[in-house]
Design a protein around this ligand. Structure first.
Ligand code: MN
Length: 332
């Protein structure tokens, strides 16, 4: 079977599984502002723990968008910090390169002698776990979870299959970005064989925009600028824009990936003003010569070679000035 041919740290996968079988009561943590990969991972693990008859809690510092509720366990993801007062058999952090992105760098300090399992595919992953199942050549964390489940001979029911396919589809930009390997495609095919509901993913994840959202996107696209010295294309959106359209930051989910369809510029930047006034910067590139994760890291962020992000002090104008001057310095 092709399953065993791709790269997979087998020892780590085995040790994680032994830990899961041995212990009870798990805390699964996914990164803030969770995407399809993070939520697909949480849902798959929730289903796996249900099948294993184990106690578990799913945690995320920010709420889950309603559109993901077709993945049944995502309805039970909590942001209630009191769950950190309990003791767990292990804490499993998914799809997060570091504990800050998971939003738990402070919360985790309350946990003494905690066993941390880190499952992720970000190049910038800091290996913060006692066990780190990190494969940065994987398209998504759910691709790693698929390999993990197959390796440990775990059942993949239709709920798990749909969760894993959700992560594969969202993190590969519908099988179009650099993460779209032959393994990713073969796994997707296998997941459909296991009963993954592609029509549910299409309905809830792909056809998820309404008219006001398209109008907001139009406004953001209309603002695109070209920054010649760096060959970058950028745009931005403020809280005022969102309020004017009656929309939220989540409604801009996907706009950074849309920039991948542009054939100009070395990289694209989308700046989004958050409620607290900080600016979230999402970077994308389709050029093999550009590594946006390195740029993001120089601003304290992280991500992948082709897709990365960071946070910076607002307002927008100040953030842009800061970005250009920092880039200017690193060029010298
Ligand atoms: Mn991911």
């Amino acid at each position: 079977m092709f399953e065993h041919r791709y790269h997979m740290p087998q020892r780590t996968a085995k040790l994680i599984h032994e830990k899961i079988l041995e212990k009870d009561n798990f805390l699964v943590v996914i990164h803030e502002h969770p995407d399809g990969d993070a939520l697909g991972s949480a849902n798959a693990l929730g289903e796996m723990f249900t099948m294993l008859n184990k106690k578990y809690t799913l945690f995320c510092v920010t709420p889950t968008p309603d559109q993901f509720h077709f993945l049944p366990h995502t309805k039970h993801i909590t942001s209630d910090e009191t769950v950190w007062k309990q003791t767990y058999g292990a804490i499993i952090v998914c799809d997060s390169g570091d504990l800050r992105y998971a939003g738990i760098d402070e919360l985790i300090k309350h946990q003494i002698d905690t066993y941390i399992i880190n499952i992720d595919h970000h190049v910038s992953n800091e290996r913060f776990g006692n066990l780190n199942l990190v494969i940065d050549t994987s398209s998504s964390t759910t691709e790693i979870l698929y390999k993990y489940l197959v390796f440990n001979k775990m059942e993949i029911n239709h709920t798990i299959a749909t969760s894993l396919l959700t992560g594969l589809i969202t993190d590969t930009g519908n099988f179009s970005n650099a993460g779209t390997s032959r393994h990713a495609l073969a796994i997707a095919s296998n997941l459909i064989r296991h009963g993954a509901k592609l029509n549910h993913i299409r309905k809830h994840i792909l056809q998820d925009k309404n008219l006001p959202t398209f109008k907001l996107w139009g406004m953001v696209l209309n603002r695109l600028e070209y920054k010649k010295p760096f060959d970058f294309v950028y745009t931005y959106v403020t809280q005022k824009d969102l309020a004017a359209c009656g929309l939220h930051e989540e409604d801009l989910e996907g706009i950074a990936n849309l920039m991948n369809n542009l054939n100009e510029g070395n990289a694209t930047l989308v700046l989004r003003e958050r409620q607290d006034g900080t600016i979230k910067v999402s970077m994308r590139t389709m050029r093999d010569t550009v590594d946006v994760s390195k740029i993001a890291q120089s601003f304290g962020g992280g991500g992948h070679k082709k897709a990365a992000g960071f946070s910076i002090q607002g307002p927008i104008e100040k953030a842009l000035e800061n970005i250009w001057s920092t880039l200017e310095k690193t060029r010298k």
